[in-house]
Design a protein around this ligand. Sequence first.
Ligand code: WT7
Length: 651
Amino acid sequence: MAKKKTSAPKEQIGDLLHETRKFKPSAAFSKQANAKKAIYAQAKKNPVKFWEKMAGELVWKKKWSKALEWKAPDAKWFVGGKLNVTETCLDQHITGGRKNKAALIWEGEPGEKRTMTYQQLYRDVNKFANVLKSLGIKKGDRVAIYLPMIPELVIAMLSCARIGAVHSVVFGGFSPDSLRDRINDSECKMLITADGAYRRGQILPLKHDADISLQDCPSIENVIIVKRGDFLLRFKEGRDHWYHRLMQDADNYCKPTYMDSEDPLFILYTSGTTGKPKGIVHTCGGYLTGVYTTTKFVFDIKDDDIYWCTADCGWITGHSYITYGPLANGATQVIYEGAPNWPDEDRFWAMVEDYGVTIFYTAPTAIRAFMKWGREHPDKHKLDTLRLLGTVGEPINPEAWIWYNEVIGKKKCPIVDTWWQTETGHIMITPLPGVTPTKPGSATQPFPGIEAKILDENGKEVKQGGGFLAITKPWPGMLRGIWGDKKRFVDTYWSKWNDIYFPGDGAKIDKDKYLWVLGRIDDEVNISGHRISTMEVESTLVAHPDVVEAAIVGVPHEMKGKCLVAFVTLSGDTVPNEKYIQRLKDFVANKIGAIAKPEKIIFTADLPKTRSGKIMRRLLRDIAMGKVLGDTTTLADPDVLSRIKKRYEDD
Ligand code: WT7
């Protein structure tokens, strides 16, 4: 995997390369913005000093003695410093004037509403931290969280942080197998889940699914169940406990456990280029500094803002820009449990109007869905409270950017297109609202204190044109490793060039030094803003008794950005009909999760291979995209391709 030859995905570049429009910040926004132009130059002069100054705005028990210790690929930030991140996110607000300010404004999918002030959130986090302690959870223990988007998810994360336990949140849409693998990889001692969750009016039986996982999770000692509805479940006496029962008797105050700046705060799994997800490890001091600083300047958070990030805490966006960044800034935020089109396609806009949302952060895939559903849905609502819009997760096509700007932002809201990853912990490339002119489709420039460049295969800087995105200096929120796998950490991120971080994205830089991130160049596919490993789906498919061989490729999709096409060879005389295809797709969904479901399955007697037996995915991608075939001379059996191609065209 190290030094693997890779090339930028030309087919993804599309209309980005022809985009020339530029939008200047309005004087009115600039005047009130948290970020001023000088911040770029200040940070550039001495990035470490810039981050030190920002870290100084957090609550520390003991100040650090050294800001950065960098021995690639290992970074230590704020060495010797001690803190508990919940003191920045909660305690300081309780004593500093925000005690009665709304922290979370929650809406359930069926329509329930619940607001928690900072005082109420603080109380529940303290109580639940005591509950965790009473069930034997100690500093350094891993706790798995498998919950819907309800306040208890944020409470559970912060309660772990309060006592120094390491949380591992698993997105509620993941399957029992995926949950099991994640629990076992980091040997979690406890699981926090719910009886169920609402999604598009349906009930997801979370506890039922978790029970399947737990048949094979020897490290789990206790399970805490949040009662979300009135859903049936099996209750295992001794192991299972109701959240609300435990909370009744818990004490209102839990002394924070002080952590070393470099102690782990959480693990979050993301896909990798092999079948096995990677447990990305983030630590306390640097991560909190990064999310605090970026929330302040990129989202321009003020005390009277109502901020809404539509992500789920099962992903990094929810960790950094729901739980930690906004709360560190004392923000008021909306959180929502369900789907954007339930009960109608105007749900988000009804909520924006209802709560007077001022800052709205979502994914390009959602914006494309809004476009498809039609502007009559946002037009039904008063959106004039909005003052800033953001996007994350994948490149945004200029058409969607312009629509977002005009239909949602009414041409008066700056748009921040933020590039970052699970691994980077916080936003890395983004415009600063009120400062940086924007171009639709470009994430513009590195955030102050971040150094990003475009390099070629040999590590030479590309001043203008295409190449690989590279982060050339350490940053506070950088991942500190992959749980239990140092070699994979080095191979995946640090082996392409010397001492330079390789994020796995192709990108280009234009004459104004604007960065255009074009997408993944490895075996990962970004579907609706979430990463899926083609290897993981392939190994899942070949585990099916009928499947002899499978190859998965990612191809452009109108709504999802990318989708998966599977080429499958079946054993014996299985004749695939529509029902069979559906069953095979469901097999993948059940094993991994619905987002990994192939859009299309093509059956073929053989797969095109090189003489050494490697599946030629590039050719399969071309076929799946209906493109002219590339060079086929290295094929062991050239007929295979034309047969597959014909099959695809007949479909
Ligand atoms: C990958 C990271 C960061 C939180 C959500 C996804 C792609 C992300 C952008 C953007 C172009 C983007 C990249 C990256 N990506 N944001 N603004 N423009 N591409 O986190 O699941 O770790 O995925 O998402 O390909 O590597 P993730």
